[in-house]
Design a protein around this ligand. Sequence first.
Ligand SMILES: [Zn+2]
Ligand SMILES: [Zn+2]
Length: 188
Amino acid sequence: MNSEDAAGQLRSAGLRVTAPRLAVLASLAEGAHLSVETIAQGARARLGSLSLQAVYDNLDVLAAAGLVRRFEPAGHPARFELRVGDNHHHLVCRVCTAVYDVDCVIGARPCLSPSDDHGFVIDEAEVTFWGICADCQARAIADVGGGSGARANADADTAGDAGADAGADGSAPAGTRPRRAVPSVRES
Ligand SMILES: [Zn+2]
Ligand SMILES: [Zn+2]
């Protein structure tokens, strides 16, 4: 998105056009499902400096206005994306935390209907598919072929950095580091 489009989007959402907001939107446009740290890096490359708190605050405003979607895989830091309004779902790799989009089956919310709605007016079903991505499967097969336990461990340690946009997660403070993926959908 160029900055004129971004400015237009901010205005039509009733938001003031500010340099940090434009920088955050431009940073988001460089990838999908970006972590706050990655967005902050991209914004700082444009502005020179911007505190992490300012990035959080701007993302909150942009998400509330519907310009940005926040995706929070259970047990992992939030990711942000510009693909909004289409009720798409997500696939998350348990090993490298790579995130892929899955189109909404029906094309509109809530996409799924529960067997018993308990009288609710249902407006949203958020589906997160968990599994092992193709790259991590290939790595695991290669490791079995190599037969070295030490090598398998080394690969597991670098797997996070190999993810499409998981790189910046490595710099997250220890307290926010995801431990083991907590499945939000039970394996059957
Ligand atoms: Zn993976
Ligand atoms: Zn997405």
